[in-house]
Design a protein around this ligand. Structure first.
Ligand SMILES: Cc1cc2nc3c(=O)[nH]c(=O)nc-3n(C[C@H](O)[C@H](O)[C@H](O)COP(=O)(O)O)c2cc1C
Length: 560
């Protein structure tokens, strides 16, 4: 069955709000009429954007196939509205990226090798643009894939409405403030939106309709869920969560779902399975980069990322209610899969190239997501972010959010004098974390290190925590290692914590024994007892260094 908008013509019973649903014998939720049918025009309705200008561009023949790079020409909103500060969906995001000169459009690249290879190349070049693939061989023209959206700080800043020239420290400060102060805004329920332009159920559900690349050569299958937001809810409290968890296509209406222990989606899944019930689930595989960002970062327990995003952008997110589960589906999303994660079925999933830089877990039995309905916009856009050897796109944006969260959590635990934190991308923003403090008493550095290694942000699959004095720029790997080399004495300043929490993806732990690992704590601060007699470092101090660079960096970037 394929339904075109308006979606109510599908003939399904319309599903109600999350808390008022009941269950049929088959495990599906059924419900009464929608509670808040406040249809509003979608953000992009009436503002069509002209796509690529096909009369210009660059053409190359690669492996006997013609590939064209064409410009993404933008028309402003047809109704004359000013562009929003924060792009509200993927199409507004594309328009903004193109106007910044940060987008390339490639036609004719294949899903079998080309898209995965190009994406890997983009992820490993820190100045690389975002790329939109179209005319993918074997798929309808217009069925597109967008990659590398958030890898550069200027695009990340644009995505969340900050100044595109924001500094790394400025971004961390902004993120920390949002984690502490953002007032979540309840979603705005609408009857339909761009996402209901096409609604597919029953025999029309076919995941293979969407171009899904083989992202890495040794992957065990096609991962439709990489830059994904998985919507789940706690069966007891109704708390709705967004998480990025990988999903491999098993067949036309099933995917795998790998959620690591400790993640919110895993807790929801366990709660449903403990009841012997399937977990209602919506998987957004085509979505705005902003929603991917919210799903891929650690947001405090009990907070719905959907509402949190509304809080930081100042605009409640329009959502339709999923017809199968009643879960919220952003009205401006590109592709949404809806159904149930089954309590009594697992299938082999993986291997998959992971953020540690390895095919870290081999094939494993993992839960199965049965897709009962697909929603997609006309000419849908799949968002892709396959993990790579660090640093890749995911870590290039996670480093800000995770650093902010780490500093917030260490401060919230009562550690005084915490100046900065940085989760280095080379360690996948988990394996190598650095904290700087203004030392106040004996044992202060050890206290900061232990908390940083065990708070929520630092606990899962951590490895090395370094504490430095506040004259060290925590983001500068050279400075951090210099402090380790010159201020710590291994006999005095190193400690190993044993049987700490790791995970399935830890490459250093033998298969079959994964679960625990150990932590290396390095105190690279000046020894408290004789800090006044420690040699003075050669300047400048971090604040002065920053100011010098802001004033004089044009010397490095210009030619006479
Ligand atoms: C590209 C990408 C892929 C990810 N894949 C997974 C995954 O397969 N499983 C997982 O548990 N976490 C994965 N993560 C990390 C989680 O999305 C992240 O920890 C997030 O905060 C989880 O949401 P939660 O805190 O609401 O559980 C991935 C992150 C990124 C950026």
């Amino acid at each position: 069955m394929c339904c075109r908008s308006p979606a109510r013509t599908c003939g399904w019973g319309w599903r109600s709000g999350w808390s008022s649903t009941t269950r049929t014998a088959s495990g599906c939720r059924v419900s009464s009429a929608p509670t808040v049918p406040t249809a509003r025009p979608s953000p992009t309705e009436g503002s069509p954007m002209t796509l690529e200008n096909t009369t210009t561009g660059v053409e190359r023949v690669v492996d006997g196939r013609t590939v064209r790079m064409v410009p993404y020409a933008i028309d402003g909103p047809a109704d004359g509205r000013a562009a929003p500060k924060v792009p509200r969906d993927a199409r507004e995001w594309l328009a903004r990226a193109a106007s910044m000169g940060e987008l390339r459009v490639l036609r004719g690249v294949d899903c079998e090798r080309g898209i995965g290879q190009i994406t890997e190349m983009l992820h490993h070049d820190e100045d690389a643009p975002a790329v939109l693939f179209d005319d993918i061989p074997g798929y309808p023209s217009g069925y597109r894939i967008l990659v590398n959206t958030l890898s550069r700080r200027n695009r990340l800043a644009m995505t969340i409405g900050l100044d595109e020239n924001v500094s790394a420290a400025g971004l961390v400060d902004a993120w920390e403030a949002w984690l502490i102060d953002a007032r979540p805004r309840p979603v705005n329920v609408v009857v339909e939106g761009p996402i209901t332009e096409n609604v597919l159920a029953d025999d029309d559900v076919d995941l293979n309709a969407f171009p899904t690349p083989l992202w890495h050569q040794e992957d065990g299958g096609r991962y439709i869920g990489t830059a994904v937001a998985v919507v789940t809810a706690d069966p007891d409290t109704g708390w709705v969560n967004y998480g990025t968890y990988r999903a491999m296509i098993h067949d036309r209406n099933h995917t795998g779902l790998y959620i690591s222990p400790g993640k919110h989606g895993r807790a929801h899944q366990q709660a449903w399975f403990d009841r012997g019930e399937p977990m209602p689930c919506v998987m957004l595989v085509g979505l705005s980069p902003l929603h991917f960002l919210g799903a891929a970062l650690e947001i405090p327990d009990g907070v719905s990322e959907l509402e949190w995003i509304g809080g930081i952008t100042g605009e409640a997110i329009d959502c339709v209610e999923g017809r199968v589960t009643g879960l919220p589906i952003p009205a401006g999303a590109e592709i949404a899969l809806e159904g149930y994660v089954l309590p009594d079925e697992t299938r082999l999933e993986g291997p998959f190239g992971e953020w540690t830089g390895y095919y870290a877990s081999k094939e494993q039995q993992q839960p199965v997501f049965r897709v009962d309905a697909i929603y997609h916009r006309d000419d849908p856009i799949l968002l892709g972010c396959p993990p790579q050897k660090p640093p890749y796109e995911g870590q290039r944006f996670q480093q800000y959010g995770r650093s902010a969260n780490l500093r917030r959590e260490v401060r919230a635990a009562g550690v005084p004098g915490v100046v900065a934190a940085w989760t280095h991308s080379v360690g996948g923003c988990r394996l190598f974390n650095v904290i700087s403090i203004k030392q106040q008493y004996a044992g202060h550095a050890k206290q900061a290190a232990l908390v940083a290694s065990q708070c929520r942000q630092g606990a899962y699959l951590g490895r090395i925590v370094v504490v430095v004095d506040d004259d060290i720029d925590v983001t500068d790997l050279h400075e951090v290692i210099w402090a380790v080399c010159t201020r710590h004495d291994p006999e005095r300043d190193v400690q190993i914590l044993t049987r700490t929490t790791s995970g399935n993806l830890d490459p250093a732990i033998e298969p079959g024994r994964k679960g625990y690992n150990s932590r290396l704590i390095i105190d690279a601060t000046r020894p408290w007892e004789w800090r006044d007699r420690f040699p003075d470092p050669i300047g400048p101090a971090p604040a002065e260094k920053l100011a010098v660079r802001e004033t004089w960096d044009w010397i490095l970037r210009s030619t006479p």
